[in-house]
Ligand binder design. Structure first.
Ligand SMILES: [Zn+2]
Length: 114
């Protein structure tokens, strides 16, 4: 199984993993077999399911209309679909992770419940 297959298999079970450099203690996304900074072989680690919304924009692409944003999770940036009420700098959670037929990872964010 390659990295992507392993990550996809975990997503099926509801766990979101990314590659992680044991030396730099850093997550990497998109997944990579080697650390971009020190070239150490990476392992897989859970992404902490709480992040901050950095950017928000609206997509007009047919079939994908809606808000999208970039979230910072454990130091990596992930693009996901957003509810319209989430604003930049707010704390977000990864509410859904799934894969589509084109082997892409689709992520949805929601606002943290206080
Ligand atoms: Zn490293």
């Amino acid at each position: 199984m390659n990295l992507k297959e392993k990550i996809f298999e975990k997503i099926e079970n509801g766990t979101f993993l990314s590659t992680f450099c044991p030396k730099c203690k850093k997550h990497m996304w998109p997944p990579s077999n080697n650390c971009k900074e020190c070239f150490t072989t990476t392992g897989l680690k859970d992404i902490y399911n709480e992040g901050i919304l950095l950017e928000k924009s609206y997509s007009h692409i047919v079939g994908q209309q809606g808000y999208f944003g970039i979230g910072d999770f454990s130091g990596i940036r992930i693009i996901g679909k957003l509810e319209s009420n989430i604003e930049i700098d707010e704390i977000i959670l990864i509410s859904k992770v799934k894969t589509n037929n084109n082997n892409k990872i689709l992520v949805e964010f929601k606002k943290i419940d206080n």
